[in-house]
Design a protein around this ligand. Structure first.
Ligand SMILES: Nc1ncccc1[N+](=O)[O-]
Length: 240
């Protein structure tokens, strides 16, 4: 997979050189390029924004730099252009899986009051376009979302995670939150590891873990339960 990120704050994307994506690059699974959008401006001040038509506060990002960047990057039908914006569809693990199958992702990170709509309309004429939001809050720009989406997507690329089993039973993979985990020491500041985990009885351990997932999801994210097939009896048992 190749990922390109367009931003007027490319340094914001520096963490992508570390940890997860860095490993993927080493394995040749991922090609990552962060671009300063200003390289596609031609005026003395490298202008990337201007006042909004129709008035109103704030500034809007101009279309030309994005258009020239798409041209130089060869944005075409094999590319998925992701505009990170608070007015986008909610980013989910399901969307992470969908995006992990793509050949090329290009993130267009907006600042200020957003990007001229014609950039999105033009992109739809030449590529797959997704407008994606991290959540219902307003950040100063789309870079944080590009970082988060990249990390969630890259770790799903086949062959990327050393142990693919670690992708199973993750929160949000099957609609249930993760169970609590413990490691040595067995007793710590008056807190003991649950006996069942020391029993060696794998059946009982699996049942306990499932109950913990149902209990946590019931208590913290009942909205997820609606989408998850969990029997009433499982909720009864887990929350008893
Ligand atoms: N939430 C956001 N706020 C500003 C820009 C982008 C955003 N997002 O979630 O992608």
């Amino acid at each position: 997979m190749r990922i390109d990120v367009l931003s007027i704050f490319p340094d914001y994307l520096a963490p992508l050189e570390l940890s997860l994506p860095g490993k993927a690059r080493a394995k040749g699974l991922l090609e990552l390029h962060v671009h300063d959008l200003r390289q596609w401006t031609h005026d003395r001040h490298n202008t990337t924004d201007d006042t909004p038509y129709g008035g109103g506060a704030g500034m809007v990002m101009k279309p030309e730099p994005f258009g020239e960047a798409f041209d130089e990057l060869g944005v075409d039908e094999r590319t998925t252009v992701i505009f990170t914006t608070p007015s986008g569809e909610r980013f989910t693990q399901a969307l992470a899986h969908e995006l992990s199958t793509r050949e090329r992702l290009v993130f267009a990170c907006g600042r200020y009051e957003g990007i001229d709509q014609r950039v999105i309309d033009h992109a739809r004429e030449r590529a797959e376009v997704r407008e994606v939001s991290l959540g219902d809050y307003v950040l100063n720009g789309g870079e944080v979302a590009a970082l988060a989406i990249t990390e969630a997507v890259v770790r799903l690329i086949p062959g990327f995670m050393g142990n693919p089993d670690s992708l199973v039973e993750e929160s949000h993979e099957d609609g249930l939150l993760e169970y609590p985990v413990y490691t040595k020491p067995q007793e710590w500041r008056g807190h003991d590891v649950p006996e069942v985990l020391l029993s060696g009885d794998h059946g009982k351990i699996a049942a306990w873990r499932h109950d913990q997932r149902v209990r946590r999801t019931t208590e913290r994210r009942p909205d997820l339960l609606a989408a998850t097939v969990v029997g009433e009896w499982e909720i009864e048992r887990a929350t008893a």
